[in-house]
Write a protein that binds this ligand. Sequence first.
Ligand code: AOF
Ligand code: ZN
Length: 365
Amino acid sequence: MNIQYMRRALHLAKKGEGYTNPNPLVGAVLVRNDRIIGEGYHEAYGANHAEINAMLHATEDVRGADLYVTLEPCSHYGKTPPCAQAILNKGIKRVIVAAADPNPLVSGSGIALLWENGVEVITGVLEDESRRLNEIFFKYITTGIPFCILKTAMSLDGKIATRTGDSQWITGESARKQVHLLRHRAACVMTGVGTVLSDDPLLTTRLPGKKGKDAVRVIVDSSARIPLDAKVLNPDSDAPTILAVTEKAKNKKIEELEQKGVKIIVTPLTESGVDLAFLMKKLGEEGLDSVLLEGGSKLNDSALRQGIVDKVNFFIAPIILGGGTAKTAVGGRGVDFLKDAFPLRNLRTKRIGGDMMIEGYVGTG
Ligand code: AOF
Ligand code: ZN
């Protein structure tokens, strides 16, 4: 067993980012005599699983080879027949797995099928890396609730705009490119009507060289104040727009929006407007496995306090803006006491161009 082949399989899996949701990112490498004889990854939702692609691309007979795969081979008939059976049929001798499949349809039965039929199985090789790569899938397949990443771009002193509302751009070009990559990976990008009114964003994905995949745009707008000519309602994109409203929205406005092809989700009314936990559940029911939250000060606070945020990505520019009334990354009501603060774990920091990015997971885990 050579861990380098699992690294290669993880690298291949990443190539599917943005195209496989709500299915996982999976890579597979076939090895014989310390030589790669086949590689594959899950390229798009509904397409061949990674293991099958590795076998299809093999340059020689795979009988007796080792298979490195980042997720337990499946054992169920879904959009494709079970990979564990295909592995048996092809006479593969040994299977090295990074992480067990959390999908209740599989979870352990793929590995069991291989064992029972005389295939040696090694598990847990680069498991943490594989689970992190598939953090969206691991949450969504077990809960039905989308994985939510709160992204914000702020000055070193935590402001997302100056006192006068000037906000474009706080971070540099590299950081902004990174945001488009986050949009490409996510099933939805969510913002509040406040941001639509002040910035009129497109919220589409624009990556250098390639188009990237547009995410479904979700606008949180409890009383449907969004102007009918807002760019998010009239963009040059095939991805739909969803407006999350409450009973405060006027029927006439809802009809006008529906005529423009906007999908409306009505949630219960909470003290901060839209019930975000309810909304997340509804988005999950639509098959949407992830949300990139690009909210303003108030929506970020509501999202954290309503417990929908799994991970944060704070881009921090090396500038100081000051101003007691300048908006901060998380405003709204906040918490009353330090003991109520949202703790972050598994922190990582990255240098992105001239900016810093701090990533962390919400909760004590
Ligand atoms: C993938 N790609 O490479 C592997 C998957 O609906 P299906 O038939 O495509 O099955 C999806 C399930 O198959 C998925 O939830 C996961 O449990 C398992 N493995 N899925 O899309 C792959 N290996
Ligand atoms: Zn499979």
